[in-house]
Design a protein around this ligand. Structure first.
Ligand code: RIB
Length: 290
């Protein structure tokens, strides 16, 4: 069973700052690091570290060949990543002492992925497989249509939020990940509460409060509390959660068990500075008991 991820790949430049900069403010960073990131790449690494077979579909420029190598080193099948002429996407991430962040994105190669390239790689997908995508690439709808027509489980993380894109893809998905703000934005855009969405499973992440899983078939809502940790950097925690949930489901876990494990992975992730490079593996997650 494979998780096919149509997802962004970014070079993350992480700046450690005393507080997040305000309008017009010049602020000196104490430290800067560069690593692998992008919501898509983070989810691929998380799912691979959670034990799933993951094929990443995406695009980078020549300046991002190292990101492809790194994904491979982390156990992700990177053959679906096209290396083209458009520069690799990057993110400028300010992280303040309390762990909160502000992110500036340059999309680059993430937004010029050829739908024919996606179709080639989804060609082997079956009903045993999962397709996941987010909002940092182009062609989410095309990818979801193909995956759905092949009977794959279709999952979607509505981040960064874009009302038009979410509504386009909504009828095609089986599993939706949203944070609290995105859930509110989606309700404003559609007039539907998360419980009323035409999606089998909806997971609303609530940051330090945990998450809520809504099974819209049974109209049952289950709350999962977060683990208490001291945050160092919240960047990529949501992506880690999503990758771990998908890997758990792919390996046959019931939803509640997959969410419980993913909650631990996300809690451990917020104690670390960085993104894809520091996503914990299954053993670290199992040994983590705060
Ligand atoms: O969710 C965190 C990610 O958002 C970062 O890795 C950054 O690249 C942006 O895509």
């Amino acid at each position: 069973m494979t998780i096919f991820n149509l997802g962004s790949i970014n070079i993350d430049k992480v700046y450690r700052v005393p507080h997040l900069p305000g309008p017009g403010e010049t602020l000196a960073a104490r430290e800067v690091t560069e690593g692998l990131g992008g919501k898509g790449a983070n989810m691929s690494v998380a799912a691979a570290r959670a034990g799933a077979r993951v094929l990443h579909i995406g695009g980078v420029g020549g300046d991002g060949k190292w990101t492809v190598d790194r994904l491979t080193e982390y156990g992700v099948d990177s053959r679906g990543i096209h290396i083209g002429d458009t520069p690799t996407g990057h993110a400028i991430i300010a992280v303040e002492d309390a762990g909160e962040n502000a992110i500036l994105l340059y999309s680059g190669a993430n937004q010029v992925i050829d739908p024919a390239h996606i179709a080639d790689w989804l060609d082997t997908g079956t009903s045993d497989d999962t397709f996941v995508t987010q909002n940092e690439t182009n062609a989410q709808r095309e990818g979801a249509e193909l995956a759905s027509s092949r009977g794959m489980r279709v999952a979607y993380a509505a981040a960064p939020f874009d009302a038009t894109r979410v509504q386009e893809i909504l009828p095609l998905i089986d599993l939706l990940f949203l944070n609290e703000v995105e859930a509110q934005q989606l309700t404003e855009a559609t007039g539907l509460s998360p419980e009323a969405l035409p999606v089998k499973d909806v997971i609303v992440t609530l940051g330090a409060k945990g998450c809520r899983w809504i099974d819209t078939d049974t109209a049952e809502t289950t709350e999962f509390p977060a683990l208490k940790v001291t945050p160092v950097d919240t960047t990529g925690a949501g992506d880690t959660f999503t990758g771990y949930v998908l890997a758990g489901l792919d390996r046959g876990m019931p939803m509640a068990q997959a969410i419980t494990q993913a909650t631990k992975a996300a809690a451990l992730m917020v104690t670390r500075l960085g993104t894809a490079d520091v996503i914990p593996d299954l053993r670290e997650v199992r040994d983590f008991n705060p």
